[in-house]
Structures are given as structure tokens and as C-alpha cells.
Ligand binder design. Structure first.
Ligand code: GLN
Length: 535
């Protein structure tokens, strides 16, 4: 395609409407037509990246292959498109200002007063176009975080206005709003949508397509009314009704020909409707499953819906490919003790021990791991979860009393998990962990090898601490084997107890690379073991 096409996705009325899912679904539909598509997220907050944010603030922190700590929407983009994202796909106000201020200090602005318009907006525009010019995507979909009218998103919205003006037909704006149902009046209300569009128009942007989020189906009459009041063509008003799974959203949009409307508006040929065979096979499997698999996720953020987003989705994908309905139980690690662990884990076919930081809830993880190990329950430990498996084994099998990670106890007599050498002089907390994809070699015959079906893999990381190799022989002699390691540094990446049915801990995060059409093999293998355990 000659010119890259730019699609902006903005939101109004309320937050949490699912701009990320709409962006990913539209991206999927365009990709299915043979275009190369990437999706980018702009977050209007001042943090340089979400890596230093607490899950209570921002849900899961996603990690890209090139080691960027990113917004969890990038996880949706990858799960839908099956194409890796990079640092260029997630930009915050903090990053924009950091770069402008660096240029100012270097003297790049040649004595000019540095201002929001044009300097900040130019930097925003440069970051939008970079994906088109440098990476040559056919479509760049840019999701603007927050809701229109927020003070902090104004420079982003102004940049969209300028780009629409500069790029003409090569740029459109999709605006997502909410149509509430007022039970007392028994009516759907379009006024919030009208106000939201007006607000966008006041900022100089006429949306080209409207997506109305709604709990139940809206009438054609109502859609027509919205079109008339908002200056948007009737066929360009699309509704997004709640569906049982987010993976059905592309089909909902396809039925309303949203992708065709996009192509027409951008002067591209429409052509035949793509079939999306692999995608539909996944959905078909999901719908046809009748039996369940019960997985317990042991972590301390279980009350937060988004804290373990990628793990939840990986488990769902793995269960689906194993022809099972996922029954996910969030088990609060602070509430698990040696005394109640049997009760808490009752009926679980498999356990995932969650990643995390710090002391809170750690004893519950040890109790769950011990119970799983002694009762041969298939268990997958991820990052801190793997480290906890190592500590539990040290304490209860090797008899190393008070063995610990130096993250939890700097004075522990047995530092079985210790700070990585290169982390020892780190003082800045932002973006300074061991981040991104690294090579890992798997031992032939191990559970991990059998899952991946190859010796050399790459998975993403986000940690400061590591398995202390001084203890390696002691662990191996007692039955916990190191079955995966980094070929360059020998850092232990995978531990497992071969004697048990399926008991594997990984220092990396397999959940970041699991997608709808390409589920992560380790999760698939773990869920299969959980199903076998049930039998
Ligand atoms: N806190 C541990 C470390 O930094 C584990 C991190 C994680 O689970 N992502 O090594």
C-alpha cells in the first residue's frame, strides 16, 4: 500500500468502555483482509511508563519483547493480532515531555520558547507517524487513553485534529461512547453520546465512525437518530453489545461492516469478506466445550479484575484448546495458611502461583505450593511464583531453615533467590529490571521441553532476583531440577520436579506471548496436566 492509513480511537461518556478491545477488533478485521496492522496506545498520564505503577492504579503491567513496561491494552493488541508490539506502541505524556525536555536541554530548539503547541503536539505526531514511516505498516491504529474532555488528554486530541487536517483521507477518527438504559423510563438514552461528540467537535474533530457500547441491542431508529445528531453517516454508526467473550467482538463489528466502512472512507477497495478461519475455530471450540477445568490462581491482587489479565487470558486460551471451559478461582494468598490450605484448594485441578513483588501474601504462596507438591497437584509458578517454589523446596525438602529471597529477607542464612549481579548498583526504579525477551535452552525430556517441543525458546522477563546457582547441585540431588537456562549467563529460567505429574516454575512470563491463534505451549501443557489430574 502506498500510504500508511491512520485510525484514531477516542472515547467519551465514561471510561472502561473497552477502547482497547474495539481497536484490537478493528485491527483484526483489517489484518484478515491482508493488511499489515499495528495498534498503539497513548496514555495521558505523566509517568514515563506504567512500570512503577501499582496494580491497584493500573492493573497488569505488560512487557513487550524489546523490554518496554507497557499498558495492558498492548496485551489485547498482541492476543488479537498475533504480532509483537514494541516500545513504539505505547507512549505516555511523561515520555513525550521527557523527549521534548531532552531536546530543549541539547539546544535543539535554537532559542525558541518551547510550548505545548507546536512542540509537544509535534512530538506526539512524530510518534504516531514513526510506526508508519519506520515500520511500514499499512494501518496504524492509535488509541487515545482517557475520555474526551480530560485536561491531560488535550494535547493528544489537538494532535489528532492536526493530523486529520494534514493527512486528509488517510486519517479517520472512531469515537466510542456509551448508551445507557434508564430502567425507570424503560428507554435507551443517546444524549450522553450527543454531548460527547459535541465535545470532540468543539476540539475541532468530527468523528467519522461512532461505536456505541450498550448492554442490549439498540434499534435502527435509535442509530439513525445518533447519526443525524452527530453528523455521521448511518452506516458508520455501529453498536457494540455486550457479548459472552471479548473474542466475539470482531465478529460483531464485521456483521455491521465496520471494516468496509473504514476502507470506503479511506478510499480503499472493499473486496470479499474474509473468513477468519483460525479465529472462528477458536470461538467454535470455546462454544462447544461442555466440561470444565478448575484452576486456582494464587496471588495477592485477586480482587482486581485486571491485575493478572494476561494470565487469565492465557488460561482461557489453553482451556479452550484443550476443549474445556475454564473455571478460574482467584485464591487470595493472604488468606491461605497451613491450617486451611486443604480447604482453600479443594477441588482445584491445577494451580498457578502468581508473579509479584514484596512480602505481602508470600506465606500463603508457600502453603499452597507445599500442599500442591505433597499432593501432586499440577502447578505452574511464574516469576515470583517460581521463586516461591524454590524457597518452599529449600525450607521443607532441603531443610534449610528460613531460606528466602533477599527481596523478602536480606539477612536470610540461605539466599536461595538473590539479587542479580547487574541489579546491584541500580538506584532508579523505572525501567531498570531485567526486561524483555531472552533466550532459554530447555533440557531434553523435561516437562518444559515436552510442552514447547524444542530446545531453544524465547520468553519475556520482568525481574531483579534470580535462582542462586550456588545451590543448584543441592536442589538437583534432592529432586528439583533446573531444566531451562539462559545460554549466555547460565541464569536458571526453569525448575521442575520430574517425579511429580506437572510441577514447573519459570522465571519468565509465558503469559505475555500467548495469543488466540497461537496459545502459549506451557499453559496448554499445564492445563492438559490439570485435566489429566482430574481424571
Ligand atoms: N519480585 C521478583 C523479582 O523481582 C519477581 C518479579 C515478578 O514476579 N515479576 O525478581
Amino acid at each position: 500500500m502506498a500510504d500508511t492509513k491512520y485510525i484514531f480511537v477516542t472515547g467519551g461518556v465514561v471510561s472502561s468502555l473497552g477502547k482497547g478491545i474495539i481497536s484490537a477488533s478493528l485491527g483484526k478485521l483489517l489484518q484478515a483482509r491482508g493488511y499489515s496492522v499495528t495498534i498503539q496506545k497513548f496514555d495521558p498520564y505523566i509517568n514515563v511508563d506504567p512500570g512503577t505503577l501499582n496494580p491497584y492504579e493500573h492493573g497488569e503491567c505488560y512487557v513487550t519483547i524489546d523490554g518496554h513496561e507497557a499498558d495492558l491494552d498492548l496485551g489485547h493488541y498482541e492476543r488479537f493480532l498475533n504480532v509483537p508490539t514494541t516500545r513504539a506502541n505505547n507512549i505516555t505524556t511523561g515520555r513525550i515531555y521527557q523527549s521534548v525536555i531532552e531536546k530543549e536541554r541539547k539546544g535543539d530548539y535554537l532559542g525558541k520558547t518551547v510550548q505545548v503547541v507546536p512542540h509537544i503536539t509535534d512530538e506526539i505526531k512524530r510518534n504516531v507517524k514513526l510506526l508508519g514511516s519506520k515500520y511500514k505498516f499499512d494501518f496504524v491504529i492509535t488509541e487515545i487513553g482517557g475520555t474526551v474532555g480530560d485536561i491531560e488528554s488535550l494535547p493528544f486530541i489537538e494532535s489528532v485534529r492536526q493530523l486529520k487536517w494534514e493527512l486528509g483521507k488517510n486519517c479517520i477518527c472512531v469515537h466510542l461512547t456509551y448508551v445507557p438504559y434508564i430502567a425507570a423510563a424503560k428507554e435507551y438514552k443517546t444524549k450522553p453520546t450527543q454531548h460527547s461528540v459535541k465535545q470532540l467537535q468543539e476540539l475541532g474533530i468530527q468523528p467519522d465512525i461512532l461505536v456505541l457500547r450498550t448492554e442490549r441491542k439498540l434499534s435502527t431508529e435509535l442509530l439513525r437518530k445518533v447519526a443525524l445528531f452527530c453528523n455521521v453517516a448511518e452506516e458508520a454508526v455501529v453498536q457494540s453489545v455486550d457479548v459472552p467473550t471479548i473474542y466475539e467482538v470482531p465478529l460483531v463489528l464485521q456483521q455491521q461492516k465496520m471494516d468496509e466502512t473504514v476502507l470506503r472512507k479511506m478510499g480503499l477497495e472493499v473486496g470479499p469478506t474474509p473468513e477468519m478461519i483460525a479465529w472462528n475455530e477458536f470461538l467454535q471450540k470455546k462454544i462447544s466445550a461442555t466440561e470444565t477445568v478448575k484452576i486456582g490462581l494464587v496471588g495477592k491482587y485477586v480482587e482486581l479484575q485486571d491485575a493478572y489479565k494476561s494470565i487469565d487470558e492465557s488460561l482461557l486460551q489453553a482451556a479452550t484448546y484443550n476443549d474445556r471451559i475454564l473455571e478460574l478461582h482467584m485464591l487470595h494468598s493472604e488468606k491461605i495458611t497451613d491450617a486451611n490450605v486443604a480447604e482453600q484448594l479443594r477441588g482445584m485441578d491445577g494451580l498457578v502461583i502468581a508473579p509479584g513483588f514484596g512480602q505481602r501474601g508470600i506465606d500463603g504462596k508457600f502453603a499452597a505450593i507445599r500442599y500442591a507438591r505433597e499432593n501432586n497437584i499440577p502447578t505452574l509458578g511464574i516469576c515470583l511464583g517460581m521463586q516461591c517454589m524454590v524457597i518452599e523446596f529449600a525450607r521443607n525438602v532441603l531443610g534449610l531453615e528460613n531460606a528466602n529471597s533477599t527481596e523478602m529477607d536480606v539477612k536470610t542464612p540461605y539466599k536461595v533467590i538473590d539479587l542479580m549481579e547487574e541489579q546491584k548498583n541500580v538506584t532508579n526504579m523505572g525501567g531498570s529490571m531485567r526486561l524483555g525477551a531472552y533466550d532459554c535452552n530447555l533440557k531434553k525430556g523435561s516437562k518444559a521441553y515436552k510442552a514447547y517441543k524444542k530446545e531453544s525458546i524465547q520468553e519475556r522477563h520482568r525481574h531483579r532476583f534470580e535462582f542462586n546457582s550456588e545451590y543448584r547441585d543441592q536442589f538437583e540431588a534432592a529432586g528439583m531440577k533446573c531444566t531451562g537456562e539462559n545460554p549466555d549467563t547460565n541464569l536458571v529460567e526453569v525448575v521442575e520436579i520430574p517425579e511429580l505429574n506437572w510441577f514447573v516454575g519459570v522465571q519468565f512470563h509465558p503469559e505475555y506471548s500467548s495469543t488466540v491463534v497461537s496459545p502459549n505451549p506451557l499453559f496448554v501443557s499445564f492445563v492438559k496436566a490439570a485435566i489429566d489430574n482430574k481424571k
